[in-house]
Design a protein around this ligand. Structure first.
Ligand code: NAD
Ligand SMILES: O=P(O)(O)OC[C@H]1O[C@H](O[C@H]2[C@H](O)[C@@H](O)[C@@H](O)O[C@@H]2CO)[C@H](O)[C@@H](O)[C@@H]1O
Ligand code: MN
Length: 451
């Protein structure tokens, strides 16, 4: 039987033990001989690997585990790399959220100025990872990338390493489908959906079960309850945090205004930035909730396991782990299964630029994703996407050219920022906070004016 070697880049991620459980649950579909964990923070990773190993031991003693900070040891001869790096870790996420909020604009991990700041940190490490993998791994190796901000990462990879075998994915559409399925009382796998957009910036245009359109039912449900079941425990326990409940309730706010399609939850940051800021706690953001919750629990669980040999968390990770494994099985076995992933447009949506990295249904084969034709999209969505796309593309240009002016253009074009004046103030504070991570952004004089 063919077996695979898989590396996890960002092995110290809070998601690692859960992803490992998802892999173990699918060993029949994706038999593994080795799992290598790679991180630049070896100490953090080694703790997480204790939990990952404990999960593996529940299933098998046949998989070799390597815990390393050396790229060659990590990637030599591997078949797949799961990337889940958080460049700057939660300390920088906290600043991405709090600095914009201190200017009364949206403070979010992947959307608005926080997302742009995270993008400015992540492109260079992502390119470095691709180069390591191309140097050491099998020629056929795929990087399946969760590292955020996925939309900007996808654009950076398209521009800087256009021929690399990187598949950028996000679990928000499948998490949304999980809620839809719970509302309709069906399994997620029974849903047949159509969707278009950019990552964290898209819409479900059709939701069918057995060929019957159910979007009208979802619309009615959202009108009353948002995208939540009455019994929240039916959805992933990770989404029982108050911030996630608020996020799914806010789907009502979006659909009360624009009921045509079901929006990706992240659209609330672009469509209702004022409401989001008014209802945000500027002192205690999602980064704090995660550091005091998921991250703390993981490291406490590892400490306790080392003391007692009892693993108190099962690390069942829900759609997040299931989705990356589903996509990888389809890549490995050339199954051609249909999933929502990021691809280069190239005519899939003819009235968007060919070189846009869009999120749409695609068949996942061993040669990569084959997107399904979507067709032209209505003006409202096109206009929103064009503006967001411009912001993200110009940001990547700013990184490549080291240009302050382009970074300011990218911030100014982001719909969460009300003016160029505010965009500049937020950008300047983020530059100061990100000195260790960002490329130098050089200011230029134009006709005597500092821009
Ligand atoms: N695409 C999606 O839908 C999706 C879903 C969930 C999480 N994520 C992303 O997954 C990543 C992990 O999230 P988390 O909350 O578990 O973060 P985390 O901080 O717990 O873990 C990230 C790890 O990445 C490591 N890292 C940072 N820079 C690195 C580099 N250059 N090379 C190798 N490792 C590096 C860190 O040391 C850390 O151990 C984040 O990027 C997050 O945004 C994406
Ligand atoms: O605030 P966090 O760190 O908890 O989550 C941020 C991420 O949120 C989305 O992923 C969710 C996913 O939707 C859910 O089903 C479950 O698996 O948890 C994930 C993390 O909460 C989003 O798609 C990611 O891009 C974000 O990083
Ligand atoms: Mn996502």
């Amino acid at each position: 039987m063919k077996t695979y070697k898989l590396a996890v880049a960002g092995g110290g991620s809070t998601y690692t033990p859960g992803i490992i459980r998802s892999l173990m649950d699918r060993l029949e579909d994706l038999p593994l001989s080795e799992i290598r964990f790679y991180d630049i923070d070896g100490e953090r990773q080694s703790k997480v690997v204790v939990a990952a190993k404990a999960v593996i031991e529940e299933y098998t003693d046949k998989i070799k585990v390597i815990d390393t900070t050396d790229p060659q040891t990590a990637f030599e001869d591997v078949d797949f790399v799961f990337a889940q790096m958080r460049v700057g870790k939660y300390a920088m996420r906290e600043l991405d959220e709090k600095i914009p909020l201190s200017h009364h604009v949206v403070g979010q991990e992947t959307c608005g100025p926080g997302g742009l700041a995270y993008g400015l940190r992540t492109i260079s490490p992502m390119i470095e990872l691709i180069d390591y993998v191309e140097k050491y791994a099998k020629e056929t190796a795929w990087i399946v990338n969760y590292s955020n901000p996925a939309s900007i990462v996808a654009e950076g990879v398209r521009k800087l390493r256009p021929n690399s075998r990187v598949l950028n994915i996000c679990d928000m559409p499948v998490a949304t489908m999980r809620n839809i399925a719970a509302i309709l009382g069906v399994e997620r796998e029974e849903l047949d959906v159509d969707y278009f957009g950019l990552n964290h910036f898209g819409w479900f245009t059709s939701i069918k079960v057995d060929g019957v359109e159910r979007l009208p039912e979802i619309r009615e449900h959202v009108y009353k309850h948002g995208l939540l079941t009455e019994d929240v425990s039916k959805i992933d326990y990770r989404h029982a945090d108050s911030s996630w409940i608020k996020t799914f309730k806010n789907i009502k706010l979006i659909m009360d205004h624009f009921p045509e399609y079901l929006p990706n939850p992240y659209l609330q940051y672009y469509l209702f930035p004022d409401h989001i800021v008014e209802t945000s706690n500027k002192e205690y953001t999602r980064a704090n909730e995660v550091m005091d919750g998921r991250e703390k629990t993981l490291f406490e669980t590892v400490d306790k396991y080392e003391e007692t040999g009892i693993l108190e968390d099962s690390f069942a990770v829900g759609v997040h782990g299931t989705f990356i494994v589903d996509v990888t099985v389809s890549l490995a076995q050339n199954l051609g299964k249909r999933y929502l992933v990021m691809v280069e447009n190239n005519g899939t949506i003819p009235n968007l630029p060919n070189d846009a990295m869009i999120e749409v249904p695609a068949l996942i084969t061993s040669d990569g994703p084959k997107p399904e034709f979507v067709g032209d999209i209505p003006y409202f969505y096109k206009a929103m996407i064009d503006q967001q796309l411009a912001s993200e593309k110009i940001l990547v240009q700013a990184i490549v050219e080291g240009s302050y002016e382009k970074a300011l253009q990218a911030f100014t074009l982001n719909k969460t920022l009300p003016s160029a004046k505010v965009a500049k103030a937020v950008l300047d504070d983020l530059i100061e906070a990100n000195k260790e991570f960002w490329p130098t952004l050089t200011k230029e004089y134009k006709e005597g004016v500092l821009v």
